[in-house]
Design a protein around this ligand. Structure first.
Ligand code: FMN
Length: 251
């Protein structure tokens, strides 16, 4: 799109630009999103965009974004992650954009082996209940994976969104929480720590009919409220998943 003279683009230019955008976004989403698309201009053109001396330059930022990858249970080493790293991740999270500054994220950190074991026990039960309700078999491999994930991770963070907000559509609150999780993920990468988002156990039987497709099982909601470090009176939360944090030999 030609923006040099400050006027609105002509229709053919706008159409070409639109078609190119669609092609590029299809390239990005096809075959997972790890397809390199060359930017049309140098990202670090300092004459156009003067660099802040203390900030990472665009190619460093892009490198961080591309280096961030989900690190899964089978890559976990079992060594603990220092609490200061998790604190850095939480600090990064709270700088995520959020409409009307509602700060809708609620994170619950499960750190001790006992707390992680209790959580994984619940996740195994929720999985078994859901399989039974669907008339499907309970796979021991899935159960083992959940138990192993909790055992080998260092911290598990429940990714929750406050459902009490009235200022924004709920989907915007979920978007903000997701951006906060990306911030945590990027910070973990900077520290050489592995992480991945799991959505195990968050969908209850009523989920498909709910406005945003998520209705946590009642047992999960009660468990989370019990573990909230602080509880604003009357506030309810919805869990969007779990951020497993672990050391890994792979990064
Ligand atoms: C909202 C969300 C939910 C996810 N849930 C799961 C999950 O339940 N199990 C899983 O193995 N990975 C899950 N993932 C991680 C994806 O599998 C992972 O992001 C994807 O494979 C792309 O890999 P990358 O993160 O390394 O780019 C989830 C990711 C997101 C954003």
């Amino acid at each position: 799109m030609d923006t040099t003279n400050g006027t609105a683009p002509s229709l053919p230019v706008a159409l070409t630009s639109f078609v190119m955008t669609v092609i590029i976004s299809r390239l990005i989403t096809k075959n997972n999103h790890h397809v390199d698309v060359q930017p049309s201009s140098e990202p670090n053109d300092e004459q156009t965009y003067p660099q802040h001396p203390s900030l990472p330059n665009p190619s460093q930022a892009l490198k961080l974004i591309k280096t961030r990858r989900s690190i899964f249970t089978k890559q976990f080493s079992g060594k603990p992650v220092h609490q200061s790293i998790v604190n850095d991740m939480l600090e990064a999270a709270r700088w995520a954009p959020n409409h009307h500054l509602t700060e809708p994220w609620r994170f619950i950190v499960f750190e001790s082996p006992g707390a992680r074991l209790e959580l994984s026990g619940l996740l195994c039960k929720l999985y078994s209940d859901a399989q039974e309700a669907k008339g499907k078999p309970i796979l021991q491999a899935k159960i083992d994976k959940k138990l192993k994930g909790a055992q080998l991770s260092s911290h598990i963070i429940a990714i929750c969104v406050s459902t009490n907000g009235v200022k924004n559509p709920f989907v915007e609150e979920i978007a903000s929480v997701s951006m906060a999780v990306q911030n945590m993920h990027l910070m973990a990468t900077c520290h050489g720590v592995g992480a991945y988002w799991s959505s195990g156990g968050i969908y209850g039987p009523a989920s498909s009919s709910s406005k945003v497709g998520i209705e946590n099982p009642e047992e999960l909601s009660q468990f989370l409220v019990r573990h909230l470090p602080y509880h604003k009176s009357g506030e309810s939360i919805t869990c969007l998943g779990w951020l497993y944090i672990a050391t890994s030999t792979e990064i």
